[in-house]
Structures are given as C-alpha cells and as structure tokens.
Design a protein around this ligand. Structure first.
Ligand SMILES: *Cc1c(COP(=O)(O)O)cnc(C)c1O
Ligand SMILES: *[C@@H]1O[C@H](CO)[C@@H](O)[C@H](O)[C@H]1NC(C)=O
Length: 483
C-alpha cells in the first residue's frame, strides 16, 4: 500500500485542485488569466532546480502558483481556442488514468482501456455512417491523426514505400483547401512528400473548397507528371468554421481514385446532432476522418480519434514493426486486441476512456443537445452583433465560430477604404492586449485573406449563457471605445 504520507499529500493536493483549479478557475467573478511577461513570471515561479528538495508545504504553494498563473480554459469567459469548459466525468477519467499509468500497446497491459477504446471507435464509426465498420485509433492530437491519414493514403497507393522509402515513388501530390490548418504542410515536410507538393485548392467566400477548382488542379498536376493520391477536406475550418462540400469532393475522388480524408477535428461534433449533421453530408463515403472529442464535445485534453474505413488492416500493415518483445505471436489470447502495432507511438494514453465515461454518463442525447445549444448560442451572438452599433459580422456563422469586427466610434464615420481598413486592422490587437492584462476574458483575433484583423468567438461550453455572449460584446466595446 502507498505510504501514509503519500496518501496525505494526495488528499491535500486534491482538495487544493478542487478549490483552485476547478472551483475558482470556473468562477465567472475570477480572472481568466493573470498576465505576466516571461521575465516577471520566471521571477514569480523561481524555476531553478536545486540539489536539495523542498518541504511539502512549499511544494503545495508551488502547485497553487502553477494554477494561479495559468490560463483558465474552463472559465466561462474563455473563448480563445477550439475547446473550452469543464467536463467533470471526463476529468474523473483523466484522474483515474493518471493514477493507474496504463499504456495501450497490448491487451495484457491495458485490458479495460483496450476494450473501451474499441467500443468508442466502433460507436464513432457508426456515427460516421460506415455500415461495414472500419478501424481507428486515439492519437496524441488531431495533427497526428492527419499525419496518419497522409501516411495510410500513401501506403495504399505505394506500399513499397514502407521498405524502399520515398525514392520508390513518383512525385506524389496532395490537395487541400486554402483554409486548411497548417498541420498538413508540417506533415508533408515530415513525411518527405514536400510542402511544394501540397496543392492548395481555392475556396469560396464562405471558406469552402471549390470542387471545380479541385478538379482543374488534379488535371494540371497530372499533366506535369505528378501523381495525385489524396484530397484533404475540412469539416469545420479553424478560423471561419467552414464545411467543405464532402459529397461533391467524394465524386471527384472516386473518379480519380484518390484517398479522401476529412479533417473533422473541430466540426465532427455536428454528426451527433440530427439538426446539423447535414453539414457533413457524404461523410460516409470518405476514406478517413480525424475527429477531436476534446473540442466541441468537451472531453479532457487530449482526446483525438482517427477513423479509417478500410477493413484490410491497413493501419496495422502500414505502421507495424512487429517488435517481438511486445507483440509475441504465441500469446495465450486473441492477438487482434493488441493495438500497439497500429500506432507510430509506443506508449499511448487511454484517451478514449475520457470520452467513454462522459458518454456513458450523459448519453448520446445530451451530447446532441450540447452541440445544438452551442450552435443556438452562436446564432444568438451573431444576431446581437448584427443589431449593435459598431459591430459587423465577417459572415453569417454556419457553426460555432462567430467572426466579427469591432468598429470604435472614432472610425464609424470614415468611408470604407485603405485608411479605414488600416485603422480597423489595429483595433483587435489592442483590445486583445487590454483584455489579457485585465484578465476579463480571452477571445482570439486574426487577419484572414487580406482582411483587417477580426475577432473569432468560439462558442462551446454548455456553461455559457446569453449573458456571457452579451458580456463579450459589452467588454470589447468598453475596452476599445477610445481607440
Ligand atoms: C484543432 C485542429 C487540428 C489539430 O488538432 P490538435 O489536436 O490540436 O493537434 C487540426 N485540424 C483542425 C481543423 C483543427 O481544428
Ligand atoms: C487537412 O486539412 C486540415 C484542416 O484544414 C488540416 O488540419 C490537416 O492538417 C490537413 N492535412 C491532412 C494530411 O489531413
């Protein structure tokens, strides 16, 4: 049994975690962040590691400080990222997995979590609509899932690459939309495909990939001797929350025999909603999907599923190294439960448990309602923006991203033109600086396609209300009205 002092320490820490990292962190009257420059923060944290250890009371102080100076992503006024909010069941699962330290390479090491991962994957595959089933894995993040897609697609087209390397293949080309998350370029660089062989397909005003442009690009790459092998579409782009027209893209992929991957890290949650799942019409036709339940569905970080429609053990064949010390072929149980060789990781956390437990507790219907509520709230915010003076929507939201400009009174009479745009461009960064220093909320901004900096509100958590939406607009006005 663990030492008494270990248990006492943990008890004290848990009380502190509940008080500071849960109760206070989610209290709307508290700050979202307590901003300090790196230099100040280094002083405050006394980072140096020394020869002798410190007494327990001091260590608990240090934990308090770590919590205090961290950003409270579970705070009701945190809207900065594509995740937010506290999901208690998922947190319980996180605590349990960190206490148990399981790793998912083999069934013998993680019997419970292997089966749970399997169950969640099967449910997600069903939700995507692959009636014949499929395969998958939970990974360390959506970027990793996207990389898996790229690797599987390439392996299916040129299995020799696994052994012979890139020189065994022609110049491979992959297509992705203009709105695409930067992870594809990283993946192409890492895998030796080359960033110049990532072809960016133009998207329309709403941020959706234009199918005719995709078709033209495929032809043009072919005519130059390139070999297209994969199209990467997005369901829920990072900035605008746009959904590519999957059905039309699937037609093109079928015709050209290309792997179709859909990055649904952010938007996949609409599949839980009968009201909104049409945004991903055609998803049952694609080859692979990445979907992060840690985003809209609020599982604890990280919880990222990669799903593949293939039923020929492609994941296993593509990634296996058959390490004989781990995956002995003469084991006493069904080896198909050893998932480790499907992965490029060795140790892998049982992230699926964080989703399984909350799904058990809430049921599919509550997950559905959460998605619907978030989108209703996003709609409310967009309507408020349209009504209020000094606010302007970048476009009507389709999902939970609400993009808008704030125009301070001094700019409201200026005619639209280069001078207005330049001044408008400078508004959001200053408002952001002020909100961070005040600690009142966190909302992101960015320039996008040559447009002036605009705010991107992300509406997720079932903890947020209309008052919180009103607060965001009031607060932006009060922070920026003198600009
Ligand atoms: C968040 C996101 C990713 C990356 O996922 P991580 O888990 O942060 O690695 C990739 N694509 C899209 C569209 C995303 O929203
Ligand atoms: C596909 O597009 C998405 C979203 O735009 C991006 O995140 C991802 O990295 C891209 N690449 C791959 C290989 O899926």
């Amino acid at each position: 049994m663990a030492h008494l002092w270990t248990l006492l320490l943990l008890k004290q820490s848990l009380t502190m975690i509940l008080e500071d990292a849960v109760k206070k962190a989610t209290d709307v009257r508290q700050k979202v962040c307590e901003w300090h420059s790196p230099e100040e923060l280094k002083e405050l944290l006394d980072l140096e590691l020394r020869d002798s250890g410190e007494p327990e009371a001091r260590i608990l102080e240090r934990c308090r400080d770590a919590i205090r100076y961290s950003v409270k992503t579970t705070h009701p006024h945190f809207f900065n990222q594509l995740y937010a909010g506290l999901e208690p069941y998922s947190l319980v699962a996180s605590f349990i997995t960190d206490a148990l330290k399981p790793s998912l390479y083999t069934y013998e090491m993680s019997p419970v979590f292997t089966l749970m991962e399997n169950a969640v994957l099967r449910k997600l595959i069903q939700t995507v609509g692959w009636e014949e089933g499929g395969d998958g894995l939970f990974n360390a993040g959506g970027s990793m899932s996207n990389m898996y897609a790229l690797n599987l697609a390439r392996y299916r087209h040129f299995p020799e690459i696994k052994e012979l390397g890139n020189s065994a293949a022609p110049r491979l080309a992959v297509f992705t939309s203009q709105e695409c998350h930067y992870s594809i370029s990283k993946a192409a660089a890492l895998m030796g495909i080359g960033t110049k062989n990532v072809f960016v397909v133009p998207s329309d005003k709403r941020g959706k990939m234009t199918p005719s442009a995709l078709e033209e690009q495929i032809e043009s790459v072919k005519s130059e001797g390139g070999v297209p092998f994969m199209v990467n579409a997005t369901a829920g782009t990072t900035v605008l929350g746009a959904f590519d027209p999957i059905d039309e893209i699937a037609d093109i992929c079928e015709k050209n025999k290309l792997w179709l991957h859909v990055d649904a890290c952010w938007g996949g949650a609409v599949l839980m909603s009968n009201k909104h799942k049409l945004l991903m019409k055609g998803i049952h036709r694609v080859d692979s999907v990445s979907w992060n339940p840690h985003k809209m569905l609020m599982a604890c970080l990280q919880c990222s599923a990669f799903l593949v429609r293939d039923k020929t053990h492609l994941l296993q064949r593509c990634h296996s190294a058959r390490a004989s010390y781990l995956f002995q072929q003469d084991k006493f149980y069904d080896l198909s439960y050893d998932t480790g060789d499907k992965s490029v990781q060795c140790s892998r956390k049982p992230d699926a448990f964080k989703f399984w437990l909350m799904w058990k507790a809430l049921g599919t219907s509550e997950l559905e309602q959460r998605v619907d509520r978030a989108l209703t709230m996003a709609r409310y915010l967009a309507d408020e923006i349209t009504k209020r003076e000094g606010f302007r929507l970048v476009m009507e939201p389709e999902y939970a991203n609400v993009c808008f400009w704030y125009i301070p009174p001094s700019l409201r009479d200026l005619p639209d033109g280069p001078e207005f745009q330049e001044k408008l461009h400078n508004v959001a960064p200053v408002v952001k600086e002020r909100m961070m220093k005040k600690g009142s909320m966190m909302v992101g901004y960015q320039p996008h396609r040559g447009q002036a900096n605009f705010f991107r509100m992300v509406v997720i958590s079932p903890q947020v209300s209309r008052q919180d939406m009103d607060f965001v607009l009031d607060e932006i006005h009060s922070l920026g009205k003198d600009l």
